[in-house]
Write a protein that binds this ligand. Structure first.
Ligand SMILES: [Zn+2]
Length: 304
């Protein structure tokens, strides 16, 4: 097994139309394509008659209208939110107001760690800081609907409040931005944390759901194999960072240039934060040293 993740970027889906990726599951993709969102955010509708919506998506009137059209004549009993990035949760108030559904999530938006002195949060504007769930779910809690049941699976790492949702009748998991078919997940401090992210991946690999429905891109039909690739990929990235440090690199920008060959220029900042996430983890584990707290402009060396 190489560490090359078998990405699947084939997705032939018009935005704000309804399709049915599995019996009993509908999907409406928002029209918000981009380097972080692929072709758009996926909102899922679970069940028939009395349904749940997973990730209402961005505050986009066309998308909100398309979702409400899709459930016209039905009752929305629950809204589940995987995490509070602005492409996933800002449509919640409008959908809740129109349907009266109960909103479930892990909790409000928050960083994975406190800011260091002098540090500004480069991700501040990507968070939906107004979001509050009606019910804060704990790991393992189950919400039952009409013909479906959802188990909350805490999966911190991409954000501190990231939660996946297991669809228990189908051995399926709504994976949010934790695992996606088209790309790796972004783990960027201070909102994200690599040690949490790896622990969440390991947790999912032990659960063994068969199919994942992610927040962006197509479904992942062979989920356990895919998660194994994801874990290998992160370990390979960590090995590359250690290798560059051994070769004399001392700063994050030169490591990004050396290991992210051919990266989309719009993603360079995210790649730097991803390397910072690895540095935080490596410093905590005593493998890498830096002066003070690990920082994006810090100087790094292998620990003696
Ligand atoms: Zn996200």
């Amino acid at each position: 097994m190489s560490e090359d993740i078998p990405f699947n970027k084939s997705l032939d889906l018009a935005p704000d139309t309804v399709d049915e990726p599995a019996p009993g599951l509908r999907r409406v993709m928002a029209d918000n394509p981009g380097p972080f969102t692929f072709k758009g955010t996926m909102s899922y509708i679970l069940g028939r008659g009395k349904v749940a919506i997973i990730d209402p998506g961005p505050a986009d009137d066309a998308h909100i209208g398309a979702l409400l059209d899709a459930v016209r004549g039905e009752t929305v009993t629950a809204i589940f939110v995987t995490h509070t990035h602005r492409d996933h949760s800002p449509a919640v108030p409008a959908i809740k107001a129109a349907t009266g559904a109960t909103v479930y999530a892990e909790g409000p938006h928050r960083p994975a760690r406190a800011l260091h002195i002098g540090e500004h949060n480069p991700l501040d504007s990507s968070g939906d800081h107004d979001f509050r769930p009606d019910v804060a779910l704990k790991d393992g809690e189950v919400v039952t609907g009409d013909g479906w049941s959802i188990e909350a699976v805490t999966t911190p790492g991409h954000t501190a409040n990231h939660m996946a949702y297991a669809w228990r009748e189908r051995s399926a998991l709504f994976a949010g931005d934790h695992v996606m078919a088209w790309s790796t997940s972004i783990v960027a401090p201070p909102d994200g944390a690599m040690s949490d992210y790896m622990a969440s991946l390991n947790k999912l690999s032990h659960r063994g759901e068969t199919v994942y429905y992610p927040g962006h891109g197509p479904a992942i039909p062979d989920a356990s194999r895919f998660v194994a690739y994801y874990i290998l990929h992160r370990k390979a990235r960590e090995a590359s960072i250690l290798h560059r440090l051994a070769k004399g690199a001392t700063d994050i920008p030169s490591i990004v240039r050396a290991i992210y060959i051919g990266i989309d220029a719009r993603l360079t900042g995210a790649a730097g934060l991803s390397v910072l996430a690895h540095m935080e983890d490596l410093v905590t584990r005593g493998l890498v040293a830096t002066d003070g707290a690990p920082a994006i402009d810090g100087v790094y060396r292998l620990a003696a």
